[in-house]
Design a protein around this ligand. Structure first.
Ligand SMILES: Cc1ncc(C[n+]2csc(CCOP(=O)(O)OP(=O)(O)O)c2C)c(N)n1
Ligand code: SF4
Ligand SMILES: [Mg+2]
Length: 261
């Protein structure tokens, strides 16, 4: 790790990570750190907030920055408290689909509606991975899980579209098979105010890949093969790209009665 360009961002004592071999979380961690470097964000003035789950472990314990690990689903309200009290800080939430769209879904919707000045990175691996891979709000229809052994009978929530509809300034979705695009989206999101949401569809070789007999490399090819630009995806495909990109005043400005030029 020493000598690596991102070495200053990592706590060496946290390596090797607790993630399973082939997990997408390491790729997401790398993309976040490269975007922070590219956007010239001061790591000493950055606070990460995470709830519970495998993805919530991305910042803490791995990143060499202040981080809060809070109750399941409650990262967004905690992060908003930090931002309102210390507006000069860059506040970033990282978590899973179950944490942010399931247990904490109400916080997500209203933070987007209020255009709260936060960047939220949601790793969507389709399940509640840490607790065994149970069905959740983003599980694709027909995917077998331990709690839906004959396949998920329900339709999933399209979280990026929901957050865009709720009023967020910036919403993008990429996958762990689109690391260049993901890094660009995160860099752009870091340059904006208001609510910024980046969804990363990611592989969980242990809870999903194992069930489908799909190795991590195959999962990445599967993600790439199904990705289509926003507005151009068919029924078995997935939209990737930007769902919202606007410059409404963020919550801090709204509370101060300030407008954008
Ligand atoms: C209040 C509460 N309910 C349930 C749990 C159990 N729990 C821990 S992690 C987790 C799943 C998290 O899933 P997700 O956010 O998708 O993260 P992943 O592990 O998939 O990355 C659950 C249900 C908990 N810790 N606290
Ligand atoms: S269970 Fe899945 S999401 Fe969790 S660390 Fe292992 S591969 Fe990654
Ligand atoms: Mg998950």
């Amino acid at each position: 790790m020493r000598g690596h360009p991102l070495h200053h961002f990592f706590r060496p004592e946290a390596l090797p990570t607790a993630f399973c071999p082939g997990c997408g979380n390491g790729l997401v961690a790398g993309a976040i750190l490269r975007a922070l470097k590219r956007a010239n964000v001061d790591f000493q003035k950055t606070v990460f907030v995470a709830g519970i789950g495998c993805a919530a472990w991305i910042p803490s314990p791995h990143f060499r920055a202040d981080s809060l690990h809070v109750a399941h689903g409650r990262a967004i309200p905690t992060a908003l408290g930090v931002k309102l009290r210390r507006p000069e800080l860059t506040v970033i939430v990282v978590g899973g689909d179950g944490d942010l769209a399931g247990i904490g879904g109400n916080h997500l919707l209203h933070a987007a509606r209020r255009n709260a000045d936060l960047l939220v990175v949601m790793v969507n691996n389709f399940v509640y991975a840490m607790t065994g891979g149970q069905v959740g709000p983003t599980t694709p229809k027909n995917l077998p899980t331990p709690t839906t052994p004959y396949g998920n009978p329900e339709y999933p929530m399209d979280v990026a579209r929901v957050v865009a509809a709720a009023g967020a300034n910036y919403v993008a979705r990429w996958t762990t098979a689109h690391l260049g695009e993901l890094e660009k989206a995160l860099t752009k999101a870091l340059s904006k105010e208001g609510f910024r949401f980046v969804e990363v569809v990611s592989q969980c070789p242990t809870r999903v890949g194992g069930r489908l007999a799909m190795a991590p490399g195959e999962a990445l090819r599967w993600l790439r093969a199904r990705a289509r630009p926003v507005g151009k995806a068919g029924p078995e495909e997935m939209e990737v790209g930007e769902f919202a990109d606007q410059d409404r005043p963020g919550l801090l400005k709204t509370l101060r009665g300030e407008k954008n030029a």
